[in-house]
Design a protein around this ligand. Sequence first.
Ligand SMILES: [Fe+2]
Ligand SMILES: [Fe+2]
Length: 259
Amino acid sequence: MAVYGVLGDIHGNREALEAVLARLDAEGVTRLLCVGDVVGYNADADACAEALRSRGAIVIAGNHDLIGTGRLDFERCSNKAMHALKRTRRSLARATADYLCELPAHHALEEHVLLTHGGVRDVQQYMTKPQHILENAAYLRTDFPGRRVCFFGHTHEQKVFEVDGDRVAEVPASGTVRLDPRREYFVNPGSVDASRKRAHKLAEFAVFDSGASTVRFEQTPYDDSATESKAAAGGFRIDRWRDRLYDVQRRLVGPRHIS
Ligand SMILES: [Fe+2]
Ligand SMILES: [Fe+2]
């Protein structure tokens, strides 16, 4: 049993990640769990991967980590994501690519905890609705028996779904949430990267105390203007014309064949 900082959807945002790590350092939280999407959207993929690697974080692969290293195609990506991931593919250091390629799809820890990025069986599934949670609770029981607290990412929103048999209830993801040992939970710690959010550019994370069976949801400001200027200078932001060009390419050759 331990206290963990739980992070996800960092997306190459060094400023946001450093702000979160500073908060965790101040609390003395040294164990880190990351539910994937280390890279994509922003310019500092290498620095983010190195920060996690050097701290011995437990990290699983998100769809952006798979696409950024060429192990998944652009079929289910928006043009904005595809554009940034094409830049990521070209700019990743070899050591970062090697690190990302070794990340597993899931990680089980303690007796009852699992990390997944999207759905339990589909890394690109957005688990946003109770029906998605019910479907994935069934996969969890089949594929990972005994695991009843599942941390996930991909939807970029702090969330807690509580499962009691075939009923799903959403618990407000704010402050400290106590996890009932008789229930199953799907918990999203939020997105470290806030570059895609229109307002409130706050890096989100959670602190999981497995001994006390609690999850505390946190947010912290970071230097968003630095992130944006590096992303723009590095060519990670799509313009209107490129967006249209990708639409045409998708129609003509299909997203699988855009490289
Ligand atoms: Fe993401
Ligand atoms: Fe994702």
